[in-house]
Design a binder for this molecule. Structure first.
Ligand SMILES: NC(=O)c1ccc[n+]([C@@H]2O[C@H](COP(=O)([O-])OP(=O)(O)OC[C@H]3O[C@@H](n4cnc5c(N)ncnc54)[C@H](O)[C@@H]3O)[C@@H](O)[C@H]2O)c1
Length: 335
């Protein structure tokens, strides 16, 4: 691995990945449409070649893939809850955009294709923690797109020999995660609410369990796994193995922010999975993976960053494809 392309490199995880790849002396190109904003571009400096373009445009993908040996494909519409009422937009970006990137990677003789999939592919499962080999049970459009593209990667690995590395992340948080996005990221939303002097809102009883993973605990491993034969076309969970309830998360954030108005509880969201965290045995076995940053330390770092950034206005979207399914907490602009 030497000449690498990061799609979605201007985003939260992508921009940290770019930093890590530069640290490892890689030649880095970024393809990003900047639909998620350009706030991270200033971190790049001169070492990064930036291509402004859209994965849904094959020409942009072809230009970005030229001379590249490894693609890290992160560009996505990643708001899972929102995908329920904008399924076509979600599928265009995550399926068509990903197929375009893969096709042009194959045309450019790219060797490795790393894909950031998600715990969402598992959907509702009876047994926790979730192992990679359970029957995938996606229960929202975002999850379907991630599962579908995993299937494409498998097929094109068989057809062409391109080496896919599929990582399934869950609940990643940390500095640079957008605080103005009301549709995803419970950690930045809670922190932003406190910064704005408003109560963080929990859907349902707050007993939903999630394993909140600090950014460095996903970025370093995805650089490490390229070249690991055991992980070619063999999806792996990457993240922390200790889950917390959303209620506990809220309590800790409110405390760290010194916020004294507490948390507001409102009606449960239909698409929320109650308990979701992953088994890490495979990652431990194949590349000795262990998350290093616990929730306490990760939240401290994130809160410190967020306080410097200051409160942000939430950016709501007026666009919906299925008004009936548009969750009323979104339309009422109360998050
Ligand atoms: N954050 C998490 O907890 C999490 C969990 C599981 C999987 N993932 C996956 O990791 C990847 C990165 O997530 P993130 O949290 O950094 O998201 P993000 O929204 O911060 O970054 C996505 C980037 O992709 C870009 N983008 C979107 N559509 C594009 C298009 N059509 N063409 C080019 N660029 C486009 C955006 O401008 C943005 O910079 C995504 O694939 C996401 O599904 C994230």
């Amino acid at each position: 691995m030497k000449n690498v392309l990061v799609t979605g490199g201007a985003g939260f995880i992508g921009s940290h990945l770019v930093d890590e790849l530069i640290k490892r002396n890689m030649k880095v190109r970024v393809l990003d449409s900047l639909v998620g904003g350009d706030q991270n571009l200033e971190n790049f400096g001169e070492k990064v070649e930036f291509v402004k373009g859209d994965c849904c445009n094959k020409k942009d993908c072809a230009k970005a893939a030229e001379g590249i040996d490894t693609v890290f494909h992160l560009a996505a519409h990643a708001a899972e809850g929102q995908s329920v009422f904008i399924p076509e937009f979600n599928a265009k970006t995550n399926i068509v955009g990903s197929i375009n990137m893969l096709s042009e990677a194959i045309n450019a003789d790219v060797e490795n294709f790393v894909f950031t999939s998600s715990i969402a592919v598992y959907g509702t499962q009876d047994k926790m923690p979730i192992k990679e080999d359970v029957r995938l049970n996606p229960d929202d459009p975002y999850a379907i797109t991630k599962k579908t593209f995993e299937d494409y990667l498998h097929v094109y690995h068989e057809l062409t020999g391109i080496k896919p590395y599929i990582v399934r992340f869950f609940n990643v948080y940390g500095p640079r995660q957008r605080m103005d996005d009301p549709y995803r990221g419970v950690v930045p939303i809670f922190i932003n609410k406190c910064l704005k002097g408003e109560q963080p809102v929990i859907f349902g009883d707050g007993l939903q369990e999630r394993a909140f993973t600090y950014i460095s605990d996903v970025v370093e491993p995805i650089c490490d796994i390229v070249g690991n034969k055991g992980l070619i076309d063999n999806p792996v969970n990457i993240g922390i193995d200790k889950p917390y309830t959303v209620k506990e998360l809220g309590k800790r954030i409110v405390e760290k922010m010194g916020f004294d108005k507490g948390i507001e509880y409102i009606e449960k969201r239909t698409s929320d999975v109650k308990i979701a965290f992953c088994d890490m045995t495979k990652a431990k076995k194949l590349f000795n993976y262990k998350a290093k940053v616990d929730l306490e330390e990760g939240l401290d770092k994130t809160v410190e960053w967020a306080k410097k950034e200051g409160p942000q206005e939430f950016k709501y979207m007026d666009f919906t494809e299925i008004p009936k399914l548009t969750n009323k907490t979104y339309t009422s602009k109360k998050i």
